[in-house]
Ligand binder design. Structure first.
Ligand code: NAD
Length: 484
């Protein structure tokens, strides 16, 4: 791959941006520069929007089943290129190969789910709403939509939205994270093979300028954003000002509550994966570990014993259990949080700062880290660290654990480990976050359920994938008819 400059995909062609500004793409495992990404310009964005706009009317007139057939073809092609896409993902993002395969599988599941367009996009009708008058509500596609993606799921996130948008008859523009542009580029090579009509699907690489150009463009009807909370809030506000539909998913700080009756032996593998999977760089990752009552000592001991020997290394090595974090800058950020935790008086029980991986001296590695005796007011308890750092906050009882969860702004996910159905019911009934795991450490909805949080973790009404997403990508046209 060398240090080639990645290209945009516009109107069915690979086009080099004329932008003079380039960003570097790194391999987090080795610390090597592997490519460059253009910070595309407003002109690039406008070119993509014009192509998508020109393709719209013919695409929307294509019968839904014919549109779905492109997705069936795409699904087959993704299966063929499955391993290659997964390996590209590991190379630029760092997660371990099995996590990458899981992500690509989830991407494909969205393509599969979207093929159900003919049942999910139907409207409704009612005869005789008044004497001799009938009424129908049809769902019509709206035009050009776009998505803006974060770095941590370079394959999957744009596909939470795009298959539904295009199968509903819209045309589309994807803006990948500038930190990880190679995976979506590889995916778009497969999209090209599927043979969509030019302009139906487009990709523009870049950073803030591309985002702002998309937000300002009068011909874009809606934006699906996934990223950190400050950016999510900004996108939501700006779309409100420019009159676009918007679903804007933000950051997280998820708590995992462990009751005294939890089965630690069976639960421990998924507890460990919750906190250390993707090196903690998941919006569904556990971040705060909350032992309730007398289980605290045993939980701490067993959790640290399971975390300490995790094999940290290059994600392409099948034996690696935890990969690096995404960039040198992000590693510095995570290390700063660890310093802050020590300064604020938390007890550092497991220290990942000095973790070395033999043969990979320049990789961006941080080992599994655990803090105990964390107070809810401390920085490491309040802010999203997005790394392999666990903050333990003890609770006396379920009420106190729920209060801890419900008094913070982030409300993406919350998990509970217990043997009691009644306790589990009370937990899911009362907690504010809208993705809940019971004896599951990562509460990730599959493509046929909605994905998204509450509070500061999501701005907007319609979540990612699920059924309701067809409402985001269509307008209900109501026709009231009387034959004279
Ligand atoms: P980020 O907010 O820095 O970037 C996300 C996207 O926004 C990128 O494409 C980037 O180019 C663009 N962007 C960044 N700053 C911008 C600005 N000031 N103006 C306009 N555009 C801007 O997020 P990230 O670091 O790439 O991703 C990690 C974050 O994403 C974490 O907070 C994580 O919790 C969150 N995330 C949330 C979900 C979810 O479902 N809620 C899923 C995955 C990741």
């Amino acid at each position: 791959m060398g240090t080639a400059i990645v290209k945009n995909f516009i109107n069915g062609e690979w086009i080099q941006s004329r932008s003079a500004t380039l960003g570097d793409v790194w391999c987090p495992a080795t610390g090597e520069k592997i490519a460059q990404v253009p910070y595309s310009t407003r002109e690039d964005v406008d070119r993509a929007v014009q192509a998508a706009k020109a393709a719209f009317w013919e695409w929307r007139a294509t019968p839904p089943l014919s549109r779905a057939r492109y997705l069936f073809r795409l699904k087959d092609l993704f299966e063929t290129h499955f391993e290659d896409i997964s390996r590209t993902l590991v190379r630029e993002m760092g997660k371990v190969i099995d996590e990458a395969r899981g992500e690509v599988r989830r991407m494909i599941e969205n393509v599969e789910h979207a093929t159900g367009v003919t049942t999910m996009m139907t409207g409704y009708c009612l005869e005789d709403i008044a004497k001799d008058i009938d009424c129908t509500a049809e769902r019509q596609p709206m035009g050009v939509f776009a998505s803006i993606a974060p770095f941590n799921f370079p394959a999957m996130v744009p596909w939470w939205f795009m298959p539904y948008a295009i199968v509903a008859g819209n045309t589309y523009i994807v803006k990948p994270s500038e930190q990880v542009p190679l995976t979506q580029t590889r995916i778009f090579e497969v999209v090209e093979e599927a043979g969509f009509p030019p302009g139906v699907v487009n990709m523009v690489h870049g950073s803030k300028d591309v985002v702002n150009a998309l937000l300002d463009h009068p011909d874009i009807r809606g934006i699906s954003f996934v990223g950190s909370t400050p950016t999510a809030r900004y996108i939501y506000k700006r779309c409100g000002e420019t009159g676009k539909r918007v679903q804007s998913l933000g950051g997280a700080k998820n708590a995992v509550v462990v009751m005294p009756d939890a089965n630690l032996e069976k639960g421990m593998p998924s507890l460990i994966t919750s906190f250390y999977g993707c090196s903690g760089q998941r919006c569904l990752s556990g971040s705060i570990l909350v032992p309730v009552g007398e289980i605290a000592g045993e939980l701490r001991e067993k959790f640290v014993a399971a975390a300490a020997p995790l094999k940290v290394g290059d994600g392409l090595d099948e034996k690696t259990q935890m990969g690096p974090v995404v960039s040198a800058q992000h590693k510095k950020r995570v290390l700063n949080y660890i310093e802050q935790g020590i300064k604020d008086g938390a007890e550092l029980v497991l220290d990942g700062r000095t973790t070395q991986v033999p043969g990979y001296p320049n990789g961006f590695y941080v080992g599994p880290t655990v803090f105990d005796q964390v107070k809810p007011s401390m920085t490491i308890a309040r802010e999203e660290i997005f790394g392999p750092v666990v903050t333990m906050i003890h609770a006396q009882d379920l009420d106190q654990a729920i209060q801890l969860i419900n008094t913070r702004g982030f409300a993406n996910a919350a998990c509970l480990y217990t043997g009691s159905g009644a306790v589990a019911r009370e937990f899911k009934y009362r907690v504010k976050p809208s993705m809940v795991g019971i004896n599951i450490g990562i509460a990730a909805p599959m493509s046929f359920f909605p994905f998204g949080g509450a509070g500061d973790s999501m701005f907007g009404d319609v979540k990612g994938h699920g059924r309701e997403i067809f409402h985001f990508f269509t307008d209900a046209k109501v026709v009231i008819t009387r034959w004279l």
